[in-house]
Design a binder for this molecule. Sequence first.
Ligand code: PCD
Length: 806
Amino acid sequence: MNEMIPPAGDRAAALKGLGSSRKRVEDVRFTQGKGAYVDDIKLKDMVFGDFVRSPYAHARVVSVNKEAALAVPGVIAVLTAEDLAPLGLHWMPTLAGDRQMVLADGKVLYQGQEVAFVVAENRYACADAIELVEVDYEALPVVTDPFKALEPDAPVLREDLAGKTEGAHGPRRHHNHIFLWEQGDRAATEAVIDGADVVAEERIHYHRTHPCPLETCGCVASMDKITGKLTLWGTFQAPHAVRTVASLISGIAEHNIRVISPDIGGGFGNKVGVYPGYVCSIVASIVTGRPVKWVEDRMDNLMTTAFARDYWMDGRIAATKDGRITGLWCHVTADHGGFDACADPTKFPAGFFNICTGSYDIPVAYVGVDGVYTNKAPGGVAYRCSFRVTEAAYFIERMVDILAIKLGMDPVELRLKNFIRKDQFPYHSALGWEYDSGDYHTAMEQALAAVDYKGLRAEQAERLEAFKRGESRSLMGVGVAFFTEIVGAGPVKNCDILGLGMFDSCEIRIHPTGSAIARLGTISQGQGHATTFAQILASEIGIPADDITVEEGDTDTAPYGLGTYGSRSTPVAGAATAMAGRKIRAKAQMIAAYLLEVHDDDVEFDVDRFQIKGAPERFKTMKEIAFAAYNQAIPGLEPGLEAVSYYDPPNMTYPFGAYICVMDVDVDTGVCDVRRVYALDDCGTRINPMIIEGQVHGGLTEALAIAMGQEIAYDEDGNVTTGTLMDFFIPTAVETPHYETDHTVTPSPHHPIGAKGVGESPNVGGVPMFSNAVMDAFKPFGLTHAHMPHDHWRVWRIANGLGLHG
Ligand code: PCD
């Protein structure tokens, strides 16, 4: 009898559970053009909405004349702030505790700001009417530099805040000041720096950029006047939160609102915030009684929704002569644009920037962040980074390289000397975090061996000699970055968004024939959740992943959750999935014991079945157990096999990685040729290695973009000069180098399956890696730091400034 049972290993492989490089189930649809995105939604009688936008970055709106626009055939309505004011919807609350105009109320604060919303039978009529709305602007002085914005005589941007000395995050000290957020011990840090052997000091700018997903933001709002139900389809990374906020803002009862995130063509943080387009579409649907669709075009997307970064970081790092880091000081001037609409957990106005001590055991540290209003678009989203972690990682990884120069030390040696040691975990950082687990030395040594670091440095020295002899015009740079991320927001006790605790959820129903559906509070935007969450369950409950449907994004059916961003799905919803699976298993154990006529404790789980301890030939498979749950009256047990878990993580997870790249920098053209990229990631237990590799490739490519050229730039008048894909750098296959990926596995001790997030890691580690490589190439000529992005022109200028053009 025994030989008829396939070995456990074979049965486990058949489940395609944890650790399997299972192919992405969603790709069957996506690769055949069968995805269903917001713009694919076509409803009966649906009309279209689009915005009249301000050409000025700062202006008074003297008057808006709609007449000519309303005369365009097919135009149904033109909404302005005046129309929204009676409903109290001309302004809306932001995620950061500020408020933002939905439509220009008396003035505009950035180029592209929404001034009027035109509703028409089709897009063409909308476009024609937009041209005909006459807006009389009176230009005001523009300020795009956050330092100038804080000068005493700087123009007043937010007249609505006149006289307000208190903001959502404490006192405001100037009319364009938003908040000062401080962490750590300032006095102690300054004392250490004042008395230090060596101090490196630098101003580091992480320029403004944009997530720029393939699909722009959009929605379809449909108010059914008969049932009183509002259905809102949209590109939402947090559909449940959108429903709650929509209910709070509109006064429509929450059960009468259904929010659906259909397929999403990339999020990257762009689709976390609430935008005027959503509010206007809802109002327009209520007013017209017809479904209203609003979809951004590319320029709208780049110019107005969700910028990222724009941090000016002044740093000082202190060390002993032999390279022990003794203290870190940082002050950030954070440019938030016209409204503070940053998407961060409420209590963290600078996100998790205080992870900026990085992977190092730094005894004392201080961070102060000043938020500032300027005439730029609002947003401040975590573009592939968990709430300002990429700024923090870039800052510390540049500072450590600069310190190494000052100390005359190799940057890797300095890192190894200061890493938090394996035996120090759980590690309490000077700025207040508890790192769950890590083994940095092992990861770094593995990386160094893989790339032959010593060999690379020797080659670099030879290349430098050849350059000096005039035999070559290119310099070799080796960029090293070691990052620690903080992902999985988060414990409800300190992480909430507008009062909604950041837990997440999973609900599982096992069907009688042994297949299942799992619904989660998160929403995939391309990450492959339908594939990976089924894998977690397959291992937990012994049902093949192929027999489990994963569904997300419909608030009428999915359990409440806070959504997908900040690499939180695996750490939070993934944990909920495992926990719900364990509840299923606990009930299955009772059913199995009943069927096998033994005590509950006498059966044990084995891959896909419960068997009698010591008698594995007597078992009930999960399939049999599922059927029994629906057809046997089991004493003391309810029929059915379902479970739900709302998971509040005890801590965040701290993935880390060692990244190294090699670049050839042509001093005459400024072209940086990335020759080699090696990325070692440790995200704890790995669910799907193939998906992880895909995530790393994608994140590295976005990091390459940001470090090497991608930027939202403004001229002095506040015009966006990079508002199209002609100017905004998106790497194609031509620019994207080959990537070597590697890993170590240090499980999270508090996560039910030991997994940490990984989606954002490659962006967090990749940006400093690329930037450090460019800086490293010029190091022999005295360069310590130059601002990103390192596009050809700027790199050429570095070379020129160093006298390398003869
Ligand atoms: N994983 C595995 N394992 C581990 C971890 C993880 O396997 N250990 C996998 C999962 O399952 C999934 C992924 O991987 O699938 C990811 O995850 P995660 O890390 O948890 O994350 P999530 O939450 O899911 O997601 C999010 C992210 C983010 S955040 C971002 S930006 C980006 C990333 O994700 N985005 C995106 N990636 C991506 N991809 C794609 N395709 N798309 C997109 O959009 Mo933010 O905050 O939002 O900014």
